[in-house]
Design a protein around this ligand. Sequence first.
Ligand SMILES: [Zn+2]
Length: 441
Amino acid sequence: MSPTPRPSYLDGISDVDDVVAVRRDLHAHPELGFTEIRTAALVLTALERLGWTARCGRDVFDITDLPGLPDAQVLDAAEQRALEEGVPSPLVQQLRGGNTAVVAELAGNHPGPTVALRCDMDALPILESIQDGHRPTRLGFSSRHPGVMHACGHDGHVAIGLALASALSDRDFPGRVRLLFQPAEEGVRGAEPMVRAGVCSGVDALLAVHLAFGLPSGYIAPSATELIATDKHLVRFRGRAAHAAKAPEQGRSALLAAATAAVNLHALPPFAGTVTRVNVGMLHAGTATNVIAENAELAYETRADSPEVAAELTRRAELVVRTAAAMHEVESELLRTGWAQVARTDEAVAAAMTAAAEGMATVVPEHPLGASDDASLLMLAVQEAGGVAGYAVVGSDSPGPPHSRVFDVDESVLPVAVTVLERLIRGGALPQRPGAEGKLQ
Ligand SMILES: [Zn+2]
């Protein structure tokens, strides 16, 4: 039998180079976007113990007026749960209200590039399988938060980041390493507030690593392709209630406006020569059969594999929503709750990653994701400032696809990922931006 997960928050951080134990502890305590208080507290405490300079709060995460933030009730409940689970109150105070990002940095003992690694921390609103065939259930480390599950491997990403931090705490590497522990990757909401806070400034090379995603154990792809742009929107329609028999003409149906928008969003055309997607994933409207519905709420997303098509789809989708609202004479409020851009891995990063993975895994040059990740915004911020960036996939077998109730990580790949990243950083093969050359950081 494998060891049972560590029972308390403080035990869980005593030895972060035990990458499997940390992953299991996090798997048992999954937290949704912006509520990763326990996770961030664990990260912050572990990194400080290891001698890293760790920061959190508005300095690294500018969530002012962020539409994608959960409401106050959800944030308060997260705070309460973190306290109940043993996170010390001063730490909870620092991380409450959606402020769950952590950025940590350590300088190596000789000059070199500043390398950033993005580790996303959030889980998904999925009820984890309780079948005995599901390994986390069988071994006793399945989710203790009903309806929330690490079904995308982010528990592994955090564990890898912490084990790497532990390995590098001897400072025997060139340049500097900056670890970006990002909240709310799901819904692509958490990267932009980090970019806005300036966490990419001074970064020469940025890397994001994702486990699994259809790539089997034993393989590493230094370059993920089909990392597509996406826009997520929430629309609130506000109409006027009226008696459905006595005076229907006096009502303005928010329900019909939302339904019209839903159908016509799905009537947006595919674009020749590129991958596109449109999905209306949520629609709530109305209160009773005999009342013209006053309110409706709808959430949709658009995706495209080119920035131009992504912008055009976003424009047309908004036109559909506004026009549907106009037809029914209701008000519409459109909020962009998250977004990601198309991203490409730079050759220099792919080459360095390939070299680091040699002998550790079979390298496949590319792996198509066919999905979106707002690490793309961090990548672009670095690339636009003259640096390089990459998105790598570390293969992991799983009994089910990501975002399913039976997703699991093959834990034997976790130490492999740590070693590959360690070699990548110690090797110093990642380039420095032209202006940054020779500068003492
Ligand atoms: Zn993911």
